[in-house]
Design a protein around this ligand. Sequence first.
Ligand SMILES: Cc1cc2nc3c(=O)[nH]c(=O)nc-3n(C[C@H](O)[C@H](O)[C@H](O)COP(=O)(O)OP(=O)(O)OC[C@H]3O[C@@H](n4cnc5c(N)ncnc54)[C@H](O)[C@@H]3O)c2cc1C
Length: 426
Amino acid sequence: MSDFNRRKFIQICGSGLALAALPFSLNAAAGARVVVIGGGFAGATAAKYLRLLGGNISVTLVDPAAAHISCIGSNLVLTGESALSSLTRPLATLRDKFGVQLVSGRAVRVDPGLHRVHLASGATLDYEHVIIAPGIDFERVPGLNFNVMPHAWIAGAQTTLLKNQLNAMPNGGTFVITIPKTPFRAHTGPYERATVVADFFLRTKPASKILILDANPDIAAMRRTFSTAFTGIYRNIVQYLPNVTVNSADAANMSLNITRGGVTSIVRGSVINVIPPQRAGRLLFDSGLVPSGSKFAPVNPLNYESTQIPAANIHILGDSQATGQAKSGHMANSQAKVCVDAILRALVGLAPDPAPKTTAAAFPPITRTTASWTSTTYAFAPPSGLATIGTMVAVPGTPAEAPTPTEDIREEMAGWLGNLLSDSFA
Ligand SMILES: Cc1cc2nc3c(=O)[nH]c(=O)nc-3n(C[C@H](O)[C@H](O)[C@H](O)COP(=O)(O)OP(=O)(O)OC[C@H]3O[C@@H](n4cnc5c(N)ncnc54)[C@H](O)[C@@H]3O)c2cc1C
């Protein structure tokens, strides 16, 4: 992306311009009920824009949390450069500003026949359309205890725990990070975590080491940026090992049993951050929306409607869906807008936009004063051959990556995140 385009992209990102003017009247949709499950980047954006653009549509947002804590930016909390409070957005803003009805609770099952959501409390909510956006769940790693080896991959108490462990770690200790096979939430995130913590160690505990155990054959995102950092400024701190399988964890001995190149061994660490393999939120499995043997929920990217239970007005957004697009907050926000547009059209009997586009972006900090960026734009590709559902494919030239980390990009990082948080939650 050229510098001009990138700046323009940062400005308009999150502005919702794509949905500013709907080419149809929504009178016929008045009174329709949409239930949104999950108030993260995907669900909050969808709830907001349904109310903003949908006239008198009734929108109910279900989440057990009263506020969302953004994972984006949470790596900087680990080093004290940011605070969780600055990443926290109350869902009440969506009620007060846009008239979204909030239900505090956990959805446990969606009944496609009755168009009904069942909550853990026993209450039910009926809908014309339901949007399911519960983020991720973790797969089990034998012996793993998150109270001892935090994932810090859902921001909140886990972030604070890892921060405290890193602060307490003696100079000369080893911080081990494990990365699961793709796809997982935020492909740049683990490598960003390594650079942020390496910078922190360089300044505060220079004899310390970071060992990255990656299940993938290579750095999964922004390879040039991160490999340059790991082998350049952080060469005395970071050791990166690809193709590592974590077999089990031993909390009592602060060790992992791993296999690499057919050899099994024990790795010890002063602080161990296991980022486990991931899958769609449990609700999607319990509602029959993930095919046997799959980890994420397949959808039609024209309207994000489930293809596992089609024609039932069940839409799945964000990290839980299986279109192959980046599992990112920026992408979740972008998908939500495509989905809202499609639902509003469906409510008045129109087909979805036949050529949607979505975007993903990340601005990983590389040092205390510099950051880099990456962005990917996806365009709809119609079905070919025997396929009945189209796909989203990265447009030529993307993913794009900054040539080098700079101080200017670090400033833009804050603007980008501020825009994205405002557009999703306020
Ligand atoms: C360290 C880190 C760095 C990251 N950096 C970036 C970045 O630079 N750029 C970027 O775009 N993305 C980044 N991400 C990824 C981003 O945070 C996620 O992709 C994004 O949060 C996904 O949004 P979501 O709405 O699908 O899920 P979430 O934001 O996780 O929201 C899910 C919501 O659903 C609720 N929920 C779950 N189950 C239920 C249920 N049964 N009933 C009701 N509610 C439920 C949860 O309480 C939660 O509020 C990063 C992630 C991490 C961990």
